[in-house]
Design a protein around this ligand. Structure first.
Ligand code: SER
Length: 311
């Protein structure tokens, strides 16, 4: 059966790359990019959509009768702390609106991203397991944790095939990140090439789990391709990626740009968020259930970022 796919939040860091990958896989006209704002360039079907506007969303579902929906619209961790109620509303009501419409229109699969932000200061920091204490203290984090519970609930209660990944910080060269705590790991490459220096808002030894976008997109497609009986987790899968500190990234960048210098800004509010998150993640379930395997390590990711941004 031909797929018809709605990607809600298509202009963001993930959406930009996911739409391209889905169009390569399923055909340009099968993938409808949807965002609250018009994109800068349109090279396939696009619809303006606000995930908080149920009647507008319903019209989209009626028009396209999607078989798959990817809901990417969200406020991230740093921006969410500036607009806590807005973050909760967008992240939670947006999800519930889409889950309800997915049921009503008998959508085959739904994808919704969660995050390492679902963990908190009392979660184990190293090799954080799938199941452990979770006490996130950012609105973004607890909206994602609550969202995970809803996803599992819609699966168990209504049989909706919803799948999810707890993404680490995502690093790509095609689109800018949208206000998160892990954004430094993208900004650093732009500034390294533009100015050969970077002032980092996290301290030099702040380790966080990160992932090159190609791996994240591949993981998403692999999870969505997996047979339903292989999916043992209907909340959201841990995904490990590469764990590194700003200093380790700076050392790697210096292998390409020997004079690159990094300095560290103190007292940025994002430091406290990073300090409450895991340093590394155990993704055994993703490996076992749907064969997940990371391809890009720190060295390869750094080379890819610099080579592509140079062009
Ligand atoms: N990268 C996101 C953030 O920093 C986490 O999911 O908010």
């Amino acid at each position: 059966m031909a797929e018809t796919i709605l990607v809600l939040g298509s202009n963001g860091q993930i959406g930009t790359e996911l739409v391209t990958a889905l169009r390569q896989k399923f055909g340009e006209n099968q993938v409808i990019a949807c965002d609250i704002k018009e994109p800068l360039e349109t090279d396939g079907p696009f619809e303006q959509a606000d995930v908080l506007d149920v009647s507008g969303l319903r019209k989209l579902f009626e028009k396209y009768q999607p078989t798959q929906v990817y809901l990417l619209a969200a406020l991230l961790s740093a921006v969410g702390e500036q607009k806590p109620k807005k973050a909760w509303e967008l992240n939670m009501d947006g999800l519930l609106n889409v889950l309800d419409l997915a049921l009503e229109f008998k959508v085959k699969n739904v994808f919704w991203p969660s995050s390492i932000a679902v963990f908190g200061p009392n979660s184990p920091r190293e090799n954080t397991p799938q199941y452990c204490v979770m006490d996130p203290n950012t609105v973004y984090g607890f909206s994602k944790l609550a969202g995970e519970r809803w996803c599992e609930y819609y699966f168990q209660k209504y049989g909706l095939d919803v799948r999810s990944i707890r993404y680490p910080g995502l690093i790509g060269w095609k689109a800018a990140p949208g206000g998160g705590t892990t954004d430094y790991a993208v900004h650093i490459f732009h500034e390294a090439l533009a100015k050969n220096s970077y002032e980092c808002f996290l301290s030099e030894n702040t380790a966080l789990p990160m992932m090159f976008m190609n791996d994240a997109i591949r993981a998403t497609l692999e999870l969505m391709d997996a047979p339903a009986e292989k999916i043992s987790i209907r909340s959201s899968y841990n995904l490990g990626g590469i764990s590194f500190t700003p200093e380790m990234l700076a050392v790697e960048i210096r292998k390409h740009l020997p004079n690159f210098s990094i300095s560290y800004k103190e007292n940025d509010p994002r430091q406290a968020i990073a300090d409450s998150w895991p340093k590394s993640i155990d993704d055994t379930y993703a490996q076992k259930d749907w064969g997940w395997k990371l391809k890009f390590d720190l060295k390869e990711m750094t080379a890819e970022m610099l080579n592509n941004l140079k062009k």
